[in-house]
Write a protein of this length. Sequence first.
Length: 361
Amino acid sequence: KSLANVGVRNLSPYQAGKPIEELERELGLTDIVKLASNENPLGLSKQVTAALQDTLAGLARYPDANGFYLKSKLAEKLGVNINQITLGNGSNDVLELLARTFVNEHHEVLFSQHAFVVYPLVTQAIGAKGIAVPAKNYGHDLDAMAAAITDKTRMIFIANPNNPTGTFLTTAELESFLAKVPAQVLVVLDEAYYEYVPAAERAPSVEWVQRYPNLIVSRTFSKAYGLAGLRAGYAVTHADIADLMNRVRQPFNMNSLSLKAAEVVLDDADYLAQSIAVNQAGMAQLIEFCEQFNLAYIPSYGNFLTIEVGANAADIYQQLLHKGVIVRPVAGYQLPNHLRVSIGLEHENQVFIDALKSILL
Ligand code: PMP
């Protein structure tokens, strides 16, 4: 153990759930509903399934190390230059790449109190000091975050919408924050749930990277595009930042299947529209249930809802599990009284609602 650096020694392992088949065997259940990882309940886009079949024949060869076609398509869609994009094996890979490229053990990294678990992980793994800034109404307190910047601060992670709270920062709030951050501090705006935000409320984040060369926008294909198992994510940045990230990036960090799938799904407008529609309907279904049963919840801009179930949340989680519904306990995010439930298909949401009702009533 002493061989690892101090940051690594103090990391706790990521708490991954058991494979569903194992759980079903253990619990003697056959149709577990998983609403735990903010995945897309629609399953893979049909166009992607077809394209993957065609890609199989080429798998004996290495993938395109630069992801030329995917980057070209993203650049065109986002109105940026191809040299502003860095691809990742999921956006987690992008986040880690950022830490490895720009942060060292003398630096401080800021994130919010209820921030996504990967921010402290990538920070600590390289021996830097992670600082969790207290949240405001479960969301980012940008004033407190700006005030926490010191000479040592190198990177600030902000998820918008935030996971696991679903809170959202407006364009005006983000803009006034960016104007305050010194140029040597990199701001990582993690927009994993961007597509679920109503178009009129989305920040022009990708346009900002020209004005704020210290801004990094990170997005993923895991949520609204439904490619979580394939691992596809990307960063949009100033070209100078992308150049540095691409020097550190492993050349084949996205595989041939994920490159192809991401490229194809970008053109599948119907799939994206359906993802958003199913999410809206499911969100309304869960909110109606919460209001009917007087359960407090954190209003969410994502594809999940974090519900306050009380001090026995851990026990309720277990009971839900035994009734065949997997949700996400969020005690590790300093939300010991809440459970996070991902929005599923209508019948899946109903299974969750019925199970929770039977436990609470
Ligand atoms: N950022 C946030 C805020 C997330 O919630 C997630 C997924 N849980 C990710 C990044 C990473 O997603 P992926 O690596 O699948 O792109």
